[in-house]
Design a protein. Structure first.
Ligand code: HEM
Length: 509
């Protein structure tokens, strides 16, 4: 055989050198393989969207039982991380709190959240911090809560009177009531009076037509805010607007904007001519606007009113009271114990907010209700602004993070006998008190309204127990099925029998 020629040998050595060089470079610079969380099999284009059957928190718990407490999904074009473990949730809100303190952009927040500039929708940053500060100082501080105390007291009395008015004849017989509408009226009226100094529910509203329009609008907003829209995950769907969602949202956004605009204008006009009795958030924000008009634009004020007050502030509180009442009807012994606690501490006066700290059993009933019937089962979606590590897994930037608080609150490893309604588990000394409770979330993005919510729920529930006798409509237990909405209501509105207690005649003027 002939010896290979020199050019051939040179070419071969060049090829070998180039290949070895490339290989070495790749080995040296190769990024370590990412450690992604487990994930169920997915379909092309839609990813795991087909898995998301309602109620989503239950479906996600079922998936995490198969794939583990930290799992990843692909929702159309968007990556998502689902967390159903207390320790990993805690890690999200401690080590990763800043990187996860964002909200995923969504069409509902574009149309009903002033292009994601409201407190609930804004990304983590100076603007969001400023909105939180206004809320913390003006509404949820001890001073802010004291200013609105008379509103809460008045609204609770109105609720009691309404229920007592339904009583038959001498009030000795039980009457059937469905308290949901009255509880919604209470929470909306508290919030609207804090916000605008005005009631939109009840017989004594100043403008019946405007009030009806407001209620319709709110119903629609709550219905759409709670809906997840496929176009958020599959962008091409937005171009064709196959179900008219974009059109509906844009129309609703306009109606709501007009309403809020009118509200602000009314306050502007009134302020020039007369001194108002109840100082409202709008007054406060208009004062701010006068000194910093470039920041406190009408848009920012409207967004603040809408999200902090109307959307975030109302539903969850009334839903919690209804769930608590339903649980008490199913556990008459717990109801008796609660009544005894209130009667012992408030013998000659209607329960007041200052009594709440002396009513630990009532507080435990509320905690147990929030544990078992978490009003926001998946909190509000968080969003990663950068790569991070959660539960040992790599999470890419731009991932939607859903914390399944509902599942965490029912984890048998954390809560013995998790499905049972046992307020006693919150008694100090029981040990369970230290378990992670997330009904209001945790970390920077946690609910700023929790102090107000505790007061509304505590005062209302305690007053209902003090002034009325409650029992079920029959032998059968109250159905505890979960419904759908922006927050998680009871599927069937609670029906109950109630009658005035003797004490109501003494304490309710
Ligand atoms: C029982 C009643 C309530 C419950 C269970 C509740 C629960 C929650 C939860 C779970 C979040 C999301 C936390 C997260 O993203 O991790 C939240 C956010 C929020 N809540 Fe509440 N909430 C209640 C009442 C209220 C009230 C009365 C107000 C105000 C009047 C309010 C205002 C807000 C606001 C503005 C946010 C958004 C915070 C942000 O994104 O920075 N909430 N709430």
């Amino acid at each position: 055989m002939e010896n290979p020629s020199l050019p051939f040998l040179l070419t071969l050595s060049l090829v070998i050198i180039t290949f070895t060089h490339k290989l070495l470079r790749r080995l040296i610079t190769r990024k370590p393989k990412k450690n992604h969380p487990p994930s169920p099999p997915s379909l092309p284009v839609i990813g795991h969207l087909h898995h998301l059957k309602k109620p989503i928190h239950q479906t996600l718990l079922a998936l995490s039982r198969v794939y583990g407490p930290v799992l990843s999904l692909r929702l159309g074009a968007r990556p998502a991380l689902i967390v159903s473990s207390a320790s990993v949730a805690e890690e999200c809100f401690t080590q990763n709190d800043i990187v996860l303190a964002n909200r995923p952009p969504s069409l509902v927040n574009k149309h009903l959240g002033y292009n994601c500039t409201t407190i609930m929708a804004a990304p983590y940053g100076d603007h969001w911090r400023n909105l939180r500060r206004i809320g913390a100082v003006e509404m949820f501080s001890s001073n802010g809560l004291n200013v609105s105390l008379s509103i809460r007291k008045d609204e609770v009395k109105r609720l009691l009177r309404k229920l007592l008015l339904c009583q038959s004849g001498d009030g000795s017989g039980f009457v059937r009531v469905e308290p949901r509408a009255a509880l919604t009226e209470l929470t909306f009226s508290v919030i609207m009076r804090i916000m605008a100094g005005k009631r939109y529910y009840g017989e004594d509203v100043s403008d019946v037509k405007e009030a009806a329009k407001f209620r319709d609008m709110i119903r629609e907003i709550l219905r759409h805010s709670g809906r997840s829209y496929a176009g958020d995950y599959l962008p091409p769907l937005r171009w064709i607007d196959y179900d008219g969602y974009m059109k509906t949202m844009s129309k609703l956004g306009k109606t709501m904007d007009e309403f809020l605009h009118g509200l602000i204008d009314d306050h502007r006009k009134k302020k020039k001519s007369e001194e108002e009795e109840e100082k409202s958030m709008i007054d406060y924000l208009l004062v701010k606007q006068a000194s910093q008009p470039e920041y406190y634009t009408d848009e920012i004020i409207k967004g603040f009113l809408l999200h902090i007050q109307l959307i975030a502030g109302t539903d969850a509180s009334s839903i919690t009271i209804e769930w608590a009442l339903a649980n008490l009807l199913n556990h008459p012994n717990i109801l008796e114990k609660a009544k005894l606690e209130i009667d012992t501490h408030c013998q000659d006066h209607l329960v007041d907010e200052s009594d709440l700290s002396k009513l630990p059993y009532i507080q435990n009933i509320i905690s147990e209700t929030l544990r078992l019937h978490t009003p926001a089962p998946l909190l509000i979606p968080h969003y990663s602004s950068d790569e991070c590590i959660v539960g040992g897994y790599d999470v890419p930037r731009g991932t939607i993070v859903l914390i399944n608080a509902w599942a965490i609150h029912r984890d048998p490893e954390q809560w013995p006998d998790p499905m049972a309604f046992k307020p006693e588990r919150f008694e100090s000394g029981d040990g369970q008190i230290n378990r992670l409770m997330l009904p209001f979330g945790m970390g920077r993005r946690a609910c700023p309204g929790a102090p107000l919510a505790h007061k509304i729920v505590g005062l209302t529930l305690a007053s209902l127990i003090q002034c009325l006798e409650w029992k079920r409509t029959g032998e059968e237990e109250v159905d505890m099925g979960e419904g759908e909405g922006l927050t998680m209501p009871k599927e069937k509105p609670l029906e109950a029998l109630c009658r005035a207690r003797e004490i109501s005649k003494r304490v309710l003027p």
